[in-house]
Design a protein around this ligand. Sequence first.
Ligand SMILES: NC(=O)c1ccc[n+]([C@@H]2O[C@H](COP(=O)([O-])OP(=O)(O)OC[C@H]3O[C@@H](n4cnc5c(N)ncnc54)[C@H](OP(=O)(O)O)[C@@H]3O)[C@@H](O)[C@H]2O)c1
Length: 319
Amino acid sequence: MPYKFVPKMKSIVLEDFGSVDHLVYQELPMPSINDGEVLIQVKAISINPVDVKTRSGKGRAAKLKDEHPIILGWDVSGIVKDSKSDLFRSGDEVFGMINFPGHGKAYSEYVSAPASHLALKPANVTHEAAAAATLAALTAWQALIDHAKIKKGDRVLIHAAAGGVGNYAVQIAKHIGAYVIGTSSAGKRDFVLSLGADEHIDYTSQALEDAISNIDFVLDTIGGENIDNSLKVMKKGGTIISIPSGLNDAVAAKAEALGIVGYPIMVQSNGEDMKKIAALLESGSIKSHVSQVFDFDQMKAAHLLLETGRTQGKIIVRV
Ligand SMILES: NC(=O)c1ccc[n+]([C@@H]2O[C@H](COP(=O)([O-])OP(=O)(O)OC[C@H]3O[C@@H](n4cnc5c(N)ncnc54)[C@H](OP(=O)(O)O)[C@@H]3O)[C@@H](O)[C@H]2O)c1
């Protein structure tokens, strides 16, 4: 039999659900691409709480448990090396959230991706900044724009405004012309205000109802009693979207009685939404705030930092 050369790449395989020690570096065959897909040489990966949750057996673990090998990660920026799509050619710089909520396989030197999940990376944005503006920015965009359809003048409350989703949500809401209130601990107050928030609430020392009222839209990024507390400051007819947990039956009933609409959402890969985010990044209307960049061989350290829950902006892994 003639020898067939199979190009290899370095990937991080999740050998079992649990601690960071289950993230194992392996040489794997480069992915092949199907019609409508592109092969991306990954330059930067952003990591999210769902990466950490899935690694530990929650998040998307139930969905991925029968896949072999499991390769975490959904958020990339990189260079197209091969294309079976009319949307992108070899050499194009692209970014996006791949196959979420499915199997993204982004913790690799190369990844295959549906072209319909990607957008061209603006030339004035680095791969690190572009990779940051994927799952987190898409979640903020889909919650505020696609679902809630916030509008100019709305009073908008963004919880965890300094975090991955929250920092984009503040910027997108301001871009729309909303009046934005952001929560964080005191140490991140200046950062939240620098994003454009009109008001800041230190959730460690202030009750929401002592500080604000008449809120049209709440982005809940915390879950649990944070939803209950948010209802106290909302207008009749307002909307609350909860991204970690959704509303339990008791809280949903309370919201309904107050005339408030509350529901969870799950972010979806979407190249059209990515193009809108690309345009905002290109024009400078929103910016990525990358607080720490790790090298590819430091993925475990990146996970350990993210799981402290104290991230400001985004954490990026450079490939
Ligand atoms: N459903 C979906 O599609 C979807 C999509 C994206 C994310 N999510 C979920 O949404 C949550 C947030 O994601 P993320 O990427 O924004 O997380 P993240 O970047 O890890 O959030 C970190 C931030 O949370 C802040 N924080 C922690 N507790 C807080 C509290 N009680 N009140 C206000 N701020 C608080 C921290 O600020 P301090 O240090 O000042 O406390 C920190 O800046 C996660 O549970 C994630 O899994 C769901």
